[in-house]
Design a protein around this ligand. Structure first.
Ligand code: NAP
Length: 312
């Protein structure tokens, strides 16, 4: 029987792992299919305190993992939780077909990439349509070719800036006429000579499904309704995140957008189940806030187990 299983290995999960490990709870961390979470797919993280020159996202997450392991956290790498039964304690967690019982649970499942929701996006995924510039930007198919980034937030800016290393021109297609990104990212992006913003526009289709490769996008100007096409070899979609909470549908409360609702600190309506990170945060969504929530969940969990042990 485990003391605590942590689902997720992003900033929230690994910080919870560090704290519960230091509390001698020997946490079992189920990493999911992207160990280290979304931050491993970014370039330099400039706003995580303590790193004067910034730190590579992948490196930051590897450091967090090693730090947690140093105190006794155990990672089940590339493992996926398939089902969780919270109807009685100990909770039953099915990991890759194996049922493991645990006294408590910290859910730090994070968020995944939002999709445009058009058919051609789905049909051309990995054939020029991608959600991660750092993963795919250096592929030969994108080199010295025009590329499109969709979105107007920090992620879109980061993707666009990264892609300037490879693409001939990087078009930033945004549905409004100003960026949502932080001021410093927006200014850096718009000042880059290789980045060309296309305002008030929506990608309505990715071309060319018949050729089974990306050759361009069809755009609609949202104010005039005018349609146009733009040649490109790649479409990088960075339009935000969708919380990964489906595993607990109908069991743990979520808001209308699917984010977990918390009652007090990291607590849920089920005693012994705690939540941390982007799966419960649609406001801040920063690495540092996820880490802070991971710390809170670990402390809440430790106190819960301690009180239970004292009671009986
Ligand atoms: P975001 O801030 O939610 O921005 C999403 C962008 O996509 C918005 O500009 C939005 O347009 C657009 N969008 C949403 N749905 C769309 C659709 N269906 N079609 C076209 N456009 C659509 O998401 P994010 O950029 O992924 O950032 C997520 C969080 O991570 C934020 O809190 C961000 O600050 C943080 N982050 C920080 C850094 C950093 O500090 N270096 C880097 C990356 C991310 P509207 O503006 O019109 O809503």
């Amino acid at each position: 029987m485990e003391n605590v299983i942590i689902i997720g290995s992003g900033c929230a999960g690994l910080t919870a792992a560090l704290y519960t490990a230091r509390a001698d709870l020997a946490p079992l961390v189920v990493t999911g299919m992207l160990p280290g979470g979304l931050l491993t797919t970014t370039t330099t993280v400039e706003n995580y305190p303590g790193f004067v020159e910034g730190i590579d996202g992948f490196q930051l997450m590897m450091n967090m993992q090693q730090q947690a392991e140093r105190f006794g956290a155990r990672l089940r790498s590339l493992s996926r939780v398939e089902a969780v039964d919270l109807s009685q304690r100990p909770f039953a967690v099915t990991i890759d077909g194996e049922v493991i019982y645990t006294k408590s649970l910290i859910v730090a499942t994070g968020a995944g990439h939002r999709h445009l929701g058009i058919e051609s996006e789905h049909l051309l995924e990995n054939k020029g349509v991608t959600y991660c510039a750092t993963c795919d930007g250096a592929l030969p198919m994108f080199r010295n070719r025009p590329l499109v980034v969709v979105g107007g937030g920090d992620s879109a800016c980061e993707e666009a800036l990264y892609l300037t290393r490879f693409g001939s021109t990087v078009y930033l297609v945004h549905r409004r006429d100003e960026l949502r990104a932080s001021k410093i990212m927006a200014e850096r992006t718009l000042a880059h000579p290789k980045i060309q913003p296309i305002w008030n526009s929506q990608v309505t289709e990715i071309l060319d499904v018949a050729k089974d490769e990306v050759t361009g996008v069809r755009l609609k100007h949202l104010q005039t309704g005018e349609e146009s096409t733009l040649d490109c070899a790649g479409v990088f979609i960075a339009i935000g995140l969708v919380p990964s909470t489906q595993l607990f549908a109908g069991v743990l409360a979520t808001d209308e957008a699917g984010y977990f609702k918390l009652s007090e600190g990291s607590k849920t309506s089920v005693p012994g189940v705690f939540i941390a990170g982007d799966c419960a945060d649609k406001v801040y969504r920063q690495a540092i806030t996820a880490a802070g929530m991971g710390c809170m969940a670990a402390i809440d969990c430790e106190r819960f187990l301690q009180e239970e042990a004292l009671a009986g």
